[in-house]
Design a protein around this ligand. Sequence first.
Ligand code: EPU
Length: 432
Amino acid sequence: MEKYVIRGGKKLSGEVVISGAKNAVVAILAASILSDEPCVIENIPNISDVTIILQILAEMGANVRMVNKTTVEIDPTTLKNVPVPYEKAKLMRASSYFLGTLLGRFCEAHVSMPGGCNLGDRPIDQHLKCFAALGASYTIEGGMVNLTAERLVGNQIFFDKNSVGATINAIMAASKADGLTIIENAAKEPHVVDLANFLNSMGADILGAGTDVIKIRGVKRLHGTTYCVIPDQIEAGTFMAVAAATKSDILIKNVIPKHLEPITRKLVKIGVKVEQFDDAVRVVGGDDYVGTTVKTQPHPGFPTDMQPQMAAVLTCAKGASMVTESIFDNRFRYVDELRRMGANISVEGRVAVIEGVDRLKGAPVKATDLRAGAALIVAALGAEGTTEIYDIFHVERGYENMELKLRGLGADICKVDEPDPAEAEKPLRKAL
Ligand code: EPU
């Protein structure tokens, strides 16, 4: 059982290079099977979500070859329509993308209901609605989602709920449908645009990604491509929060500053200095921050995936802050952990009220999901004393070499492997 041990309170400095975007790459890797030829995908982060998607592709018969540490070649010509089983699908939300891509390729898909971070209710009704609109029928049996269609036919799809995953699935399946699909109330996140750019580079005809209305004219075949994934908006935002919490001066390289604007605006509002360059931002933390209000919204609003890290920064801002989560039902599971470190936070439904304290103090805490883990790292680096963060496998799903990157900035963080107490107890129980 691995944990991070962080001795906080150190000022950090220097440069950090941001990796490829998790939420773009998982969609792009799944979409590669829509091609009739090999695809080369660059700027792949070394995170466990990517490993799982590559394993699923290999198990389906695709030829997966790492060209170098950050580039993979996927040859899907030998792909078979193999079901995506529970053991893999339960590990990540993005397993649902195989519904759209297998349907686009074989007019049939069998994928176990997707897992992912526990953030409250995460239905797939909008995904199913779009597949039905394109002519597929579906059943859910024994936890498997089964889709079949004679052929896919373009249609008008209006999403009742703004959904990243459903928009991506609709784009992928509609790219191979006959005729025109128009998606209204589409998600506008940078990874939706990146996925559309990837498919267009393979010969798809997708217009309007990044706006509310996306038009897709289906094509018969998609060809191979070489494509470079965008940098990770949330990894960059997390390092911005690290600079703020540790009052440090950090240059964050390989970013798209436009994608960071909602985060930049909030940090500047509380008193952090942010300087923008072409593909980098310099973040300079200050001594006194003022509390503020944060409300998560679909892009270009404040991203829900940065809500816990921003809350960690606000725990030490002067006065009260109000953080409203409007995307997920239950994205405050990290609050109990921050309380262990001395944060003063109360939660009522989807609103957290944070009364700033002078300083957090190190404590043993547990990552309850990916961004919760990131928030605890931010808090621990700014806190006095030692914090031990357990269940860091959540963090490793989405952050490449987190502790190495932080150590490069001068942070006192190490990863320690210690025996699981439950395992250690087993022989004891047997002996009793
Ligand atoms: N929703 C429905 N029905 C659906 C789909 C979604 O009601 O069929 C609801 C959800 O319950 C939620 C809202 O719509 O309340 C938005 O969910 P969305 O579908 O946009 O989220 P997702 O596709 O499951 C992706 C990211 C998440 C990120 C959200 C929101 C991936 C693999 N995951 O999830 O990333 O929080 O969009 O931006 O892209 C993370 O990286 O830590 C993470 C959780």
